[in-house]
Each structure stands twice: as structure tokens, then as C-alpha cells.
Design a protein around this ligand. Sequence first.
Ligand code: EPZ
Length: 423
Amino acid sequence: MAKFLVENRGPLHGEVTISGSKNSVLPIMAATLLSDDECTILDVPALRDVEVMCEILESVGATVEKDYPSGKITIGAGNKLKNETPPDLVKRMRASILTMGPLLARDGSARAALPGGCAIGARPIDLHLKGFEIMGATIDYEEKQGYVIAKTDGRLHGGRIYLDYPSVGATENIMSAAALADGTTIIENVAQEPEIVDLANYLNKMGARVKGAGTDVIKIEGVEHLHGTTHHVIPDRIETGTFMVAAAITRGNVLVKNVVPDHVRPVIAKLTECGCVVEEEPEGLRVRGDVNQLVGTDIKTLPYPGFPTDMQSPFMAFLTTVHGVSTVTETVFENRYMHITELNRMGAGIMIEGKSAIVPGDAKLHGAQVVSTDLRAGAALVLAGLTADGQTEIAEIRHIERGYSEFAEKLKGLGASIERVEN
Ligand code: EPZ
């Protein structure tokens, strides 16, 4: 298994260019199944998760042409598709469940292995299935095999769906299915993430009629046919935030390019509260951690536009190094504190009190052998290693490589000491 060896080489300097968004490209790739025509997606990041989604699309019968150096993928779903995603691929990547809505809408049935929970929580799909049922599908479970099957005689029909929680995946799956339904679907209390807006823009370029993406209510007027299109994926706001924090934790001065500042307002606000200087320049966001003494703040993760749960662990790593106590409260997932044990192995001294983590700050982190438990926790450990005394060895970096393309190369380009070694 591969590891990262990270050493403290002082403040990061220079500029880094952000890749396309993992959490935007995955639902868009799934939505290509809604059309018989070829669809081309540009600015696709070179990620393990993208590879897995390519395998899933091919496994149901789509053709996938990848031109990675240019970040271009062309997907053709003109043939008769199989309605089932391979269980081993579902287990490898939860986002594969996003093919259910398109397969159900297009061919009237979708059979998938229930995605298992993962390190950060149970991650059920009840809200996805609730939406499909309201649009006319019947849902059956094959308990023994752990499969779920959604079926409909004829076309799905429109309906009014209230999401008990603004689930990103449920919003994406239901929106994609509703695009081909007969009639109008209104989804209330939807996720408002930029990735939802990107998917809605993609669907509308295919001929769908989606309105309201980015607000808490989305209205979709179903159409009979969706045609192919070409689409540029938005930049990855979590990769953006991660490199902003890399500049802050090393007290550096970094220009983060190919960003949408509006997508990272909570991270800009919180870094500024801690004393960092964040300025919008023509080419991107300049983040400086070398101007003022940096101090603690409080973080509470919430659905967009709140502070993103995916930035909780990288930001917590940074808070261990500033002056003064910070409180971090995770509200989106029930078990997203696995990185605390690993950060404490490096001397962070974080305590959990109820649902919150208390970060004392002023930690003199030291290198240690640590393990990445999910992709954002892994990134957090790398950031901590950039500022720790001695060498930090981070194992299980396959998690990190699922969601960050060329992570080590980009950090090296900013002056970091990080080597990828095979066991
Ligand atoms: C997406 O996951 C992202 N993944 C996650 O990013 C991100 O952390 C999450 O949204 C929240 O922003 C992709 O987009 C591929 P949810 P998703 O459905 O769709 C509960 C990363 O690091 N829930 O919004 O699975 C669920 O258990 C990953 O890039 C239900 O109860 O997230 C969780 O507590 C990690 N029933 C909460 O909602 C459902 O039917 C948020 O889940 C669905 C979700």
C-alpha cells in the first residue's frame, strides 16, 4: 500500500491551479445515461473515483472514451443498457448510486447493491428512494443480497417531494430522474451546493427544464428526450479550500488559481477570522498566513451555504496550530471525527465534548505514523505534516487519491516536502 512521507519545509509559496470538481463530475457522468446521444465532459479531474464511475458506466453498456491529459471524457449511452451496477463497484464508491435515477427514468428499472456505510457514517439512501416512489416507482429489497430494486411500468410521473434533509445525492438522483418524467416534479428542502447547480446546468444543456437549482426548491418539467451536449465541470471548491488552508497552516503566501470565490465564502470568512489575509486577484485567491498572529475560531458544519463538512478535518488541522482555543462541531455526518485520533498522535491535544471537538491550539505538532480514514481526513494529516517537526508517514493514501488529483505534485510545486512511497 502506498504512503506519503511529509516533512516541514517551511511556508508554502507560489501558485497552484485547482482541478475540476469531483463532486460535480460524478453526478454529471451518471446523468449522461439519460441520453442516447454522446456527451462530452471537459475539465475532468484525474481521480480514482472518476475511474470507478467510468467502469460503472461501461458495466451498464455505455461507451467511455477518456483523454485524461486534456481532462476530456466522451460517454455514449446509445445501446440498450443493463439496469444493474456491479456490487463490487458500489461498495468501492457510494456515488455509484447516482446511476439509479437515470437508469430508472430511461429504462424503467434500476437494481443496485445498497451502498455500505463508510468511516464517516451509515449514509443511507432512504431519501433517494422516497423520491423515486413519489414519482411512481416501486421499491423492493433483496435483503439477503443487500440489493434494492426500483421499477416503474412506463414513464415516471411528476410529483411533489419534500426532502427531510437537504441531501446532495438525493437531490441529484431525483432531479436527474425527474428530467425524463411525465409532468412536473417539485423538490422541496433540496441541497443548494454549487454541484447541484452544475448538474442542473448540464441537464438543461441536454434539453431538460430544471429551474431553481441553488435555492431550496427545484422545479423540473419532464421532457421525452434529452440530447447530447458538451460541458465544462466547475472547479473543485473543496480542493480550493484545502490549498487555501495549506497556505494558512504553513504561514505561507499562495495564489490559488481556477477558483470560484463565491463557492468558498465560508472558508474565506473563517480563515479571515483567524487572521489570515485572503484577497481576490484577477487570476484567483491569494491566501496569506504570514501577516498576523493567527488565532482560533469556531466552526460548525452545515449544508451549503454553511461551512462544508468536507472542509472540517483540513480546517481542524490548521486550528491546532493557531493561538487559542477553537470549537469544531460536525452536524452533517455522525462520525466524522476519525482524524482526531491521528492528529492527537502528532500532539494536537484535541478533546471531544459531546458533539463538538475542542481544539486547544498552540500545538507544536511532531511527525508520527498516521492513517488516513477518509479522503478529507487524509488531506488534513498531510497539511499537519507540512508544519510538524520531523517526518510524518501517512498510510492508506488511496483515500486521498480518490479525491485529490496530483496532490503531492501540486504541494511540491509550492515548496512542500512530500514523497509517495510504496510499502
Ligand atoms: C455528498 O455526499 C458528497 N459526495 C460528500 O463528499 C459530501 O460530504 C456530502 O455530499 C455532504 O456535502 C459526493 O458528492 C460524491 P448527503 P452524499 O446525501 O450525497 C444523510 C467527499 O469527501 N442522508 O448530502 O452522500 C446522510 O447519512 C464526500 O468528497 C440520509 O439520511 O451526502 C448524511 O448524514 C464525502 N438519507 C447527510 O444526509 C439519504 O437518503 C448528508 O448526506 C441521504 C443522505
